[in-house]
Design a protein around this ligand. Structure first.
Ligand code: URA
Length: 241
């Protein structure tokens, strides 16, 4: 996922095959309008979701969408899959219509096939990159049902971090709360491959069910049934971290 922002002359020249020197003139003549404002500066940057008009012709009109989905078990966190239903298959046409194509969406932090809960989808790569950036340390909250009883030992082991030989990393401190003998809440600030299952695997304690209820400041709606989704509000989008 690249950042889709360009300097105005590069952008117009790419879109319309116009010589960059002529674009300078167009700017001076006030022929380029971005988000309703006439642009005159060559240093103007065009962002992915800016509305761009040249001589009255719309060159770019893309809406940013942010979707919360309650992922059911058995649906794959991918945009295409030969075998399983994907999370994209669950989205109603109304959510991807109005200029937003399903193929433009990507998943912000996958869940395993047999994990349920809060999954975010967007076409805004800048937003998802920030959410997933290790520096941001965005918290992800999971409820985990285990085959064997939990003990106090788990709390310190999760807080200290565990060494994963395959990736040669030690996991970031994770917070584990024992909710009942077989149920824990785990808060991670990262998302390594099968991380929770592997961490409980250290105790030879198989995960029977895994559910994500929260990412950053956003909790899965209580009344959202499995497979349902909705658009995020602009407050939710900006208040994620
Ligand atoms: N950890 C896992 O093991 N699986 C998930 O889907 C998420 C976190």
């Amino acid at each position: 996922m690249q950042t889709k922002s360009f300097r105005i002359d590069r952008y117009i020249s790419k879109q319309c095959s116009i010589n960059r020197r002529d674009i300078k003139l167009m700017l001076a003549q006030g022929r380029i309008v971005i988000n309703g404002h006439v642009m005159r500066e060559i240093t103007t940057i065009v962002e992915e979701f800016d509305h761009v008009v040249l001589d009255g012709k719309v060159l770019q009109d893309k809406t940013a969408v942010y979707i919360m989905l309650n992922k059911p078990i058995g649906v794959v966190s991918a945009t295409k899959d030969e075998l399983h239903k994907t999370v994209i298959d669950l989205l109603p046409d109304t959510m991807t219509g109005s200029g937003v194509k399903a193929e433009d969406l990507h998943i912000v932090g996958r869940l395993d096939l047999n994990t349920s809960g809060l999954l975010l989808l967007t076409n805004d790569s800048r937003w998802s990159r920030r959410l997933m950036s290790p520096e941001e340390k965005v918290e992800k909250v999971y409820q985990v049902t285990l085959q064997n009883e939990l003990t106090e030992e788990y709390i310190s082991a999760f807080a200290e971090g565990m060494y994963f030989e395959f990736e040669n990393i030690t996991t970031q401190p994770a917070q584990l709360t024992i909710l009942s003998p077989h149920l824990a809440e785990v808060v991670l600030t990262e998302g390594k491959y099968h991380q929770i299952k592997r961490m409980f695997g250290r105790f030879r304690n198989p995960v029977l069910a895994l559910h994500r209820s929260k990412v950053g400041n956003l909790s899965l709606d209580n009344d959202m049934s499995e497979g349902q989704c909705r658009l995020l509000t602009s407050e939710e989008v900006s208040g994620m971290t």
